[in-house]
Ligand binder design. Sequence first.
Ligand SMILES: C[C@@H]1N[C@@H](c2nc3ccccc3[nH]2)[C@H](O)[C@@H]1O
Length: 447
Amino acid sequence: QVPLQHGAHRIGKRTDADMNRWRDYGLGEFIHMGLYSILGGDYNSMHYDGAAEWIRSWNKLPHEVYDNLYKKFDPKNFDPEVWARMAKNMGVRYVTITTKHHDGFCLWPSKYTDFNITKTPYKKDMIGPLVKAFDQAGIDVYLYFSVMDWHQADWRYDLKTVADSVAFNRFKTFTKNQLTELLTLYPQTKGLWFDGTWDNSWKKSGAFSDSLDQYLKKIHPGLIIGSRLRADDYGNRHFDANGHLMGDYEQGWERKIPSDYTATRGNDWDCIMTIPQNGWGYSKTWMGHWKTPYELIEMLAKCVSLDGNFVVNFGPKGDGTFRKKELQTADSIGAWMKVNHEAIYNAGYLNWTKQDWGYYTRSRKDGKIYMIVFNVPINGALKVSPAKKEHIKKAYLLQDNKTLHVEALDGNDVFIQLEQKNQQEPFVIVLETGQGGQAVEGENKHV
Ligand SMILES: C[C@@H]1N[C@@H](c2nc3ccccc3[nH]2)[C@H](O)[C@@H]1O
């Protein structure tokens, strides 16, 4: 064990009520809105093929052109109730909203910089109404905050000189002030989602990141902060020099999902996912593959089956409305969740052998086991290999309670026989288990 001042201060999961609530969310939504939403990835009829919210870093777009976009920021059709209703219908239980992305533009009336929404034609705070609308809809709100801030003269990518450190110390104070402001203005916030913490300047600021984490939790008890905020004494992020997670959950799964349970290291985690290949802010022309609702539902099922949450990103347009394909995606996921949410909410990992037909989840409330089926085998028989001593007493379709025939195989395995094999969408089978002998006799039991 390496002695650390600023490594993980807690080994293992955080288990207070706020974190237990976080662990049970299942499905979340991310929303990226900012000056980049105005351009939608295009400028001077050229298309930037990087992530649309990074367009300021494109060499074809002069910084001062981008930074003057605030003069055009006017989401006339923005309605927080519409955003909250869309999220509710989709079945999300938490939402993370950008307050300030890497470009430094603040969607709230910050006292610490004029580069904020009050200086735009729109003038009004967007964050407050959104926090209120989502809160009233029963959706927990998390605030995204980028530490890296391209607009602040005191931002540094690295600390090479004394002058760098003097400037960056001012920047740290600015950052702490803005975060205090956000938590004071929006006390309903359940957590902060930090980003833009991968540069050397921040890696060299482990002590500050540690004290900032502790300060924020002191002024806002119960606050949830993932592993993207802190660096340890040696600049390690997410996991300290001793391999312990620094944060309330692992926040590294951006557009990627752990391959199996081992890859989660038994920590809490969530995966944030774009619907297009990449790109978080609105982009007029989405390049490449647009994930179908079923692809996203399979990712959701996989995340929950590995004890994580799945967060789908939406990028509203500069006028504050969502593009049609995003609305349709939210609708489709919501329709599936209406029928199958029992297998997602308050559910997590089950240590049974993964099968090809899909994913297991187990309810943390009553231990009920769910099979979320994506791939029906040709013979319509779904193989289940329960853990030792666990036996299947009953299997039925969640959507209509129809009991399914369970055929005992060798050992503890069973086949669950589907009647019709032409399912058109992912479906859920509920398994009731018990101790003791296999409850159902096989027709051709081998003696
Ligand atoms: C949640 C996501 N994090 C930001 C981001 N910037 C990156 C730079 C390099 C590699 C990955 C990145 N993700 C993206 O712009 C988006 O906000």
